[in-house]
Design a protein around this ligand. Structure first.
Ligand SMILES: C[S@@+](CC[C@H](N)C(=O)[O-])C[C@H]1O[C@@H](n2cnc3c(N)ncnc32)[C@H](O)[C@@H]1O
Length: 207
């Protein structure tokens, strides 16, 4: 998918649907928070949520006292929805409108979190661009938490094809320098009651 088409697709989704009208809505991002607990995230950690959309993860991280939280998404409508929900607390986070495959990171983070963004990158060149940003934007000793549809999960989401992963296939995709430190499966219940099988994995980067 071309970057421009991708941006138009997601902008349209967030302009035309409310928070509860998208299959990926979660009231509480419990599996992500569990993975952060598993890797020992503290309030001092810098965290970036890649493809964070209008997710409530940022609300929970701010609530837990994290003061260095960034949300990146290619849809400014998604980020506007999250900021409107947060009100004045939105100023406690950084917001970046960018396609992760073209983004130029300005700093390195302790934690890279991605729930259901990487799996939309079905082209090898896009995945390579994502991985190059991941390597630049993670501190040595930092962690990537990546959630995707599992091998028994749906083949499509939001009308788009996805790549399904196991923790091991994701580790192979990330390549050298990453160690799998935790993983779990999660059955997500959509707002309309269907279920989707996810895998959540945490990888340590470098030494
Ligand atoms: C299925 S939604 C998940 C949103 C959020 N992570 C959550 O858990 O609620 C996928 C998100 O990834 C964003 N996205 C898709 N491709 C992207 C890309 N190449 N760069 C940045 N964001 C992207 C979309 O705009 C959308 O917000």
């Amino acid at each position: 998918m071309q970057n421009e088409q991708r941006q138009l697709h997601w902008q349209h989704v967030y302009q035309s649907k409310g928070e509860h009208d998208v299959s990926w809505f979660q009231d509480t991002p419990a599996p992500s928070l569990d993975m952060m607990a598993a890797i020992g995230v503290t309030p001092a950690a810098s965290v970036i949520d890649i493809g964070g959309g209008a997710s409530r993860l940022v609300d929970h991280l701010i609530e837990r006292g994290l003061r260095n939280v960034t949300v990146l998404d290619l849809s400014d409508a998604a980020l506007a929805a999250a900021k409107a929900r947060l009100g004045e607390r939105a100023s406690r986070a950084e917001w970046i409108v960018a396609d992760v495959t073209q983004w130029e990171p300005m700093m390195a983070y302790d934690v890279w979190h991605d729930r259901a963004a990487l799996h939309f990158l079905t082209d090898e060149a896009d995945r390579a661009a994502y991985l190059a940003r991941l390597r630049r934007a993670l501190k040595a000793g930092g962690h990537a938490i990546i959630a995707t549809f599992a091998l028994d999960g749906p083949a499509r989401c939001s009308g788009l094809p996805v790549v399904r992963y196991s923790p091991d296939s994701l580790l192979r995709t990330l390549g050298s320098g990453f160690t799998l430190v935790a993983s779990r499966t999660h059955v997500h219940a959509t707002p309309w009651g269907s279920t989707q099988s996810f895998q959540f994995s945490a990888f340590r980067f470098g030494n």
